[in-house]
Design a protein around this ligand. Structure first.
Ligand code: CA
Ligand code: CA
Ligand code: CA
Ligand code: CA
Length: 437
């Protein structure tokens, strides 16, 4: 494991090149030798540069003159991994040559050796990524999104923005929620940095709402809650926006209803329609007592009255027309009417039949009676029968016979009411003779 900051240095020696032979043309200077051998090649990041060095010097100008000096090798210092480490030896010097006797040529001087120092400092510092723009971006669904990207700077590699790898793009802006864009970059030492941008896609578009038709309902109470045909709505994101309306209960008349469609993100739109509540239903009249009554003539008629209830108005007044002459046989009609606040009128009849008296009187016979004879035929003053009747206050009471001979006789009593109904009973009458001649 290499720790940040650990350093090491290496000395590398490059041998110098050999000097060139003396020139083959007499009396001319030899040409300096070529550069020495190349040093090693650095790693992948190293610049392909040659170390500085000099070529060897030229030979002398006279036969067997002084040879040119060898060149010097590269003695620079290099720092990995940014600097090249191609060190070189120095070039060799050239000798002198004599054309008349090519064998008499000086050997070139040896070039100097290169001796370079290679330093290395471990790079454990990751690049720094800087996001362009905000690290958290909120955009509307279905809108276009252009990512601003990021830049990357490394302590060693410098600007490596071009090496940034980006994932998460393009953003699907049709999908609400949180999307993440990840920027990743690696420096030459293999250090990785990443940074993220959060892109939040929100639904910012209200539903498209369509009002229902105008609607009319029959009132069912003082306020009516009708089952309305609702508004409809579509939305860019929410498949089923919630539809509400206000008001939900209505009085008589025409009311504007406000419809609201709200999507799952709280965006809403409204529209209106009208709701008309009509009252075309009259009150309901409830008769006290029977609607068809039968009354014996002479029996007083008692009007029991009626009440009325309207769905909208509640209790309504009842008007009554008609009367019953209970002393006269016949059919009588009592008319009851009630009208609600919308002008709807309800009418109900009661029929009262005054019928003739069909019930005979109730007759009670008198006690048995005894009388002293007053002659061959005796006409006594009898204690009469008594009678009551359902209608006739004093039924007519008659009896027969009126005259009696001696002995026990039966008297027939008859009670007759004003309608001719009658009842009979009987009692005994005894006539005796206790009077001396
Ligand atoms: Ca680095
Ligand atoms: Ca929406
Ligand atoms: Ca009504
Ligand atoms: Ca009677």
């Amino acid at each position: 494991m290499v720790l940040e900051g650990i350093q090491f240095s290496i000395l590398i020696q490059f041998f110098g090149g050999h000097g060139g032979q003396g020139a083959t043309i007499g009396l001319s200077n030899g040409i300096g030798g070529l550069a020495g051998g190349f040093g090693g090649t650095n790693g992948t990041n190293g610049a392909s540069v040659y170390g500085s060095r000099t070529y060897g010097g030229n030979g002398g100008t006279t036969p067997f003159g002084t040879n040119g000096a060898g060149g010097t090798g590269d003695t620079n210092s290099y720092t990995l991994p940014t600097s090249g480490i191609n060190g070189n030896g120095g070039g060799g010097g050239s000798g002198w040559a004599y054309y008349a006797n090519p064998a008499n040529r000086d050997a070139g001087a040896q070039g100097g050796d290169g001796l370079i120092t290679i330093s290395y400092t471990a790079d454990l510092t990751a690049p720094i990524i800087t996001i362009n723009g905000s690290s958290t971006v909120t955009i509307a669904a279905n809108s276009a999104y252009a990512d601003l990207g990021a830049t990357a700077i490394d302590n060693i590699d410098g600007n490596i923005t071009a090496n940034i790898n980006t994932t998460g793009l393009p953003i699907n802006t049709n999908a609400t929620g949180t999307h993440v864009v990840v920027y990743t970059v690696t420096d030459h030492a293999g250090n990785i940095s990443s940074s993220t941008r959060t892109v939040i896609v929100t639904d910012q578009t209200a539903p498209v709402i369509t009002a229902p038709v105008n609607q009319t309902f029959e009132a069912i109470a003082s306020t009516t809650i009708p089952a309305l045909i609702p508004a409809t709505a579509t939305d860019n994101i929410d498949l089923a926006p919630i539809i509400t309306h206000f008001p939900v209960s209505f009085n008589l008349g025409t009311t504007i209803v406000i419809w609201t469609a709200t999507d799952s993100s709280g965006n809403f739109s409204t529209t209106t329609s009208s709701v008309a509540i009509k009252d075309t239903t009259g009150p309901v009249i409830i008769l006290n007592g029977l609607s068809a009554m039968s009354l014996m003539v002479g029996t007083p008629y008692t009007e029991l009255g009626a009440s009325a209830i309207d769905l909208v108005d509640g209790a309504t007044a009842v008007n009554m027309v008609g009367s019953v002459n209970f002393n006269v046989v016949g059919t009588y009609f009592i008319l009851y009417t009630s009208t609600d606040s919308s002008g709807n009128m309800t009418t109900v009849f009661r029929t009262v039949n005054v019928v003739a008296d069909g019930i005979p009187p109730i007759i009670i016979a008198p006690i048995s009676q005894t009388f002293e004879a007053t002659g061959v035929a005796t006409i006594p003053v009898l204690i009469p029968a008594t009678a009551t009747d359902n209608v006739t206050a004093n039924p007519i009471i008659t009896y027969a016979p009126h005259s009696f001979g001696l002995g026990i006789s039966t008297v027939i009593w008859t009670a007759t009411d004003e309608a001719g109904n009658f009842s009979t009973t009987s009692s005994l009458v005894t006539i005796k003779d206790t009077t001396p001649q």
